[in-house]
Design a binder for this molecule. Structure first.
Ligand code: SF4
Length: 503
């Protein structure tokens, strides 16, 4: 192994840059400055979903170590950076150690922690583990390049860079192919000189008493929306061109450059899709537009009795039931309102309470709920169809019936999208936007769980956190049941409203 420069491992109490902050600085130096100097900012507080994703990423990272076995783990705990740097240095120097996990390195005022360093011919392979199912050049390469820069300055001879991510093709119970390793050496090496200069510049930025002046622009949304948008961007006027249906950022920018800030400003000469054109008409007229004739035809597909169905799912990164791949969405909760020809409605629901494979129970719950219905609907049916088909795979005795339900689902979303536009939709046809505009009495306000991602995190906790206390478990279950029930009750109300509009 080539000599590692000792001075590179000197602990610097004032080191302020970490991988996360350098990456923030690559987006914008003003964001970097705030992220370092205003660490407690409200905008940086992590949501329940973000915290869960971090935990999930750590679990995947820990499991990945088993696929590069025989290494030495530098346990972080609450130890000082100096201790972690020293242990890493000692591990690298021991020829018997074939890999170092979670090693610490510090140089140029930046400290990084590497996932895996594997000893290979001529030096080390730096492996960054990602809990995604594919390589993202825009996100993963800068991430590994920051570490690579610091290691290069530390004198660690890295001869290969790899991203190790989950393999979507892997199927439980055979997890031998759970990870894919992609060699990104050329892409990473090409970035190092520029990135090293950038890190040096970033240390100057954070040493300044004030944030640098940066004009907000397209960079604020790349690769992700900056958490400080509200500080830099003035509030946008109602019906801003960015709310035009399916407008991309480049197109919206070109409208603004022409002086067209809101949808009102867009002249007729600007050609739009049929839906966006309907939106422009609705905004200009200040009222809802309904395409009566075609709406009547579309509603003919919703023959009563109709079962309005909605699922909530878990999607484990590491598959745990036969035939499942990473991130397969598996339903563990269902709500269904059945509306009879006379308009009366009944409700059925199911929330999985066990710890094993939920799909056999899901199969029975779906069939019970839909029995007798002439139509089954969902809002954005693609999702429910996928859920039912995955359940069918695990319940072969009911597969034909389940697949017939999935194939026949009528989607309410395109019925709204193709025939109705209300100015309050603001360019979106999600139920959360459509419902308050069309059925203002129904609201998700006041619910403890009011959107799908939070529901998924809480369902995952119910399923896998065995030591959760009973009171919390009951509260989460109640909140989930209320949320899912409202989703299908909303569909009942929406169906009724559409029928009224078609009169
Ligand atoms: S909103 Fe834009 S300009 Fe403001 S800190 Fe974020 S990236 Fe920088």
């Amino acid at each position: 192994m080539a000599a590692v420069r000792a001075d590179s491992y000197v602990s610097r109490a004032m080191t302020m840059l970490f991988k996360k902050t350098v990456l923030a600085g690559l987006q914008c130096h003003k964001r970097l400055w705030w992220q370092v100097h205003d660490r407690g900012a409200e905008e940086l507080r992590e949501s329940l979903v973000a915290q869960y994703r971090l935990r999930e990423g750590s679990e995947v990272g820990r499991l990945a170590l088993e696929y590069v076995p025989g290494g030495h783990l530098v346990e972080r705990g609450d130890r000082s950076t100096a201790a972690l740097l020293a242990e890493t240095r000692a591990a690298l120097a021991m020829p018997a150690i074939s890999a170092v996990y979670e090693g610490a390195f510090s140089a140029m005022g930046a400290t990084v922690y590497t996932d895996i360093l594997e000893r290979v011919d001529g030096g080390w392979a730096l492996i960054e583990v990602k809990a995604t199912t594919s390589l993202s050049k825009t996100e993963h390469l800068p991430d590994i390049a920051v570490q690579a820069c610091v290691l290069r300055r530390c004198g660690v001879p890295v001869v290969r860079y790899e991203v190790m991510h989950l393999n979507r093709e892997c199927q439980f119970p055979d997890l031998s192919t759970l990870f894919v390793r992609e060699d990104v050496t050329a892409d990473v090496a090409a970035r190092l000189d520029d990135l090293e200069r950038e890190i040096v510049e970033q240390t100057r930025v954070i040493a300044a008493p004030e944030p640098p002046p940066v004009t907000p622009g397209a960079h604020c949304a790349k690769p992700h929306e900056c958490p400080f948008m509200a500080r830099c961007w003035p509030p946008r006027p109602e019906h801003h061109v960015t709310t035009l249906y399916r407008v991309g950022p480049t197109k919206a920018e070109s409208y603004v450059a022409n002086g067209w800030h809101t949808i009102h400003d867009l002249p007729d000469s600007v050609k739009l899709s049929a839906i966006a054109a309907r939106q422009r008409r609705a905004v200009r007229q200040g009222e809802m537009i309904v395409e009566h004739e075609s709406l009547v035809d579309a509603l003919a597909l919703v023959d009563r009795p109709v079962a309005h169905i909605d699922f909530e799912t878990v999607a484990p990164a590491i598959p745990c039931w036969p035939g499942c791949h990473p991130y397969d969405q598996i339903p563990v909760q269902m709500s269904c309102h059945v509306v009879q020809a006379d308009g009366s409605a009944t409700h059925r629901e199911w929330l999985y309470d066990g710890h094993g494979d939920p799909r056999p129970e899901a199969a029975r719950a779906i069939l019970d709920a839909c029995r007798g219905a002439r139509t089954v609907t969902a809002y954005y049916a693609q999702f429910e169809q996928g859920c039912i088909k995955r359940v069918a795979l695990a319940a072969p005795e009911h597969a034909a019936e389940l697949n017939a339900i999935a194939d026949g689902i009528v989607d309410l979303l395109p019925i709204v999208r193709e025939h109705v536009y209300h100015p309050a939709f603001a360019g979106s046809f999600s139920l959360k936007k459509v419902l308050p505009a069309l059925v203002p009495d129904l609201t998700y306000a006041g619910l403890d769980i009011a959107e799908g991602e939070t529901a998924q995190v809480q369902l995952t906790r119910l399923l896998f956190e065995r030591d959760m206390d009973e009171k919390e478990r009951r509260e989460i279950r109640d909140a989930l049941l209320r949320y899912c029930q409202l989703d299908t009750w909303a569909m009942v109300a929406l169906e009724n409203r559409l029928r009224d509009l078609a009169q």
